[in-house]
Ligand binder design. Structure first.
Ligand code: 13P
Ligand code: SF4
Length: 301
């Protein structure tokens, strides 16, 4: 049996759901039951009846699946696949921000640790951040930990004051894009889509700012042969080319999230075989974080 056949057989045997983020290696995307953005994956994790979820992504995503499904076994095939952006925020920083801005609502990007989510009023993803902030009564809103996402929200919700915590929090993958990338893309005749984790000046120049799921939706039903430059992690191109082989998708080959690449098909096989590595979180942290995540999911965006 090939490694892929063994994985497929084990998924059946264990009645496991394999979820993969759009930035996962092509081999993992091909083996997953569902591939999507952070919001879509959280909803899939919440909706499943399967007893085992294997999460191919980074730790905050697997933690979110566990928080929404405390009674199920949630596995991440590589223990140290983490998001460096999530690690830029600590509970102490959030507590300080709350003390400095007592009337402000705390909106936490899903790219954050479970401990920080436990201190949030509501969670958001790149797909729904604008709607989540608009839905709040507060006129001051703390958005953490991505300052570029905070700037994006501020540009779309000018009636509120958005406070970025930390003031320069960012994702190193999306920070690598420059305005020259947009200029070069336009010279090629491409339509440009950027992720809201890109710098504000890139957001302003792009034709569309979208989550990875929003990129999938943007290319759906387009005329064959259209050309796109996607300013996000490299593997998004594999996802889009798989879904839409008649579209021409360009990405930067050096835009690589190292942690998203840690999980290989061998790791997925071992994870299913040995049921490793189980995501375990303190009950109290899960209960508090669940409130903030559910509030986002119930907001319906
Ligand atoms: P999406 O929710 O748009 O998939 O983004 C997740 C992420 O980590 C972007 O870097
Ligand atoms: Fe985190 Fe950036 Fe990787 Fe997304 S691409 S998981 S934000 S480091």
């Amino acid at each position: 049996m090939t490694i892929e056949e063994r994985i497929r057989a084990l998924k059946e045997e264990k009645n496991a759901l394999v979820l993969a983020h759009n930035y996962q290696r092509p081999g993992i995307q091909d083996l997953a039951d569902f591939v999507g953005d952070s919001l879509e994956l959280a909803r899939m994790a919440e909706g499943t009846k399967k007893p085992v979820i294997v999460f191919c992504g980074v730790l905050f995503m697997a933690e979110t699946a566990k928080i929404l499904n405390p009674e199920r076994k949630v596995l991440i095939p590589v223990r140290d696949a983490k998001c460096p952006l999530a690690d830029q925020l600590t509970p102490a920083m959030l507590a300080r921000a709350r003390a400095e801005h007592p009337g402000a609502a705390v909106v936490l990007y899903i790219n954050s640790t479970a401990e920080c989510k436990a201190l949030a009023d509501i969670v958001c993803t790149s797909a729904n951040a604008v709607d989540v902030v608009r839905s709040l009564d507060a006129t001051e809103v703390i958005v953490a930990p991505d300052a570029n996402l905070a700037a994006y929200v501020q540009s779309r919700v000018p009636e509120k004051r958005v406070i970025a915590i930390p003031p320069a929090g960012h994702c190193y993958v999306h920070q690598c894009f420059s305005t020259q990338d947009v200029v070069s893309a336009r010279d090629r005749g491409d339509t440009v889509i950027c992720h809201p984790e890109c710098r504000p000046e890139i957001q302003e120049m792009a034709d569309l700012v979208a989550s990875t799921g929003g990129m999938v939706r943007a290319l759906r039903g387009q005329q064959p042969g259209r050309r796109w430059t996607i300013l996000t992690e490299r593997e998004m191109a594999y996802r889009l080319r798989t879904l839409y082989p008649d579209q021409e998708v360009h990405v930067r080959d050096d835009a690589v999230c190292r942690d998203m690449k840690k999980i290989t098909t061998r790791d997925l096989l071992l994870s299913l075989e040995r049921e490793q590595y189980e995501v375990i979180l303190p009950q109290e942290t899960m209960e508090k974080a669940r409130r903030a995540i559910r509030r986002m999911l119930e907001a319906g965006q």
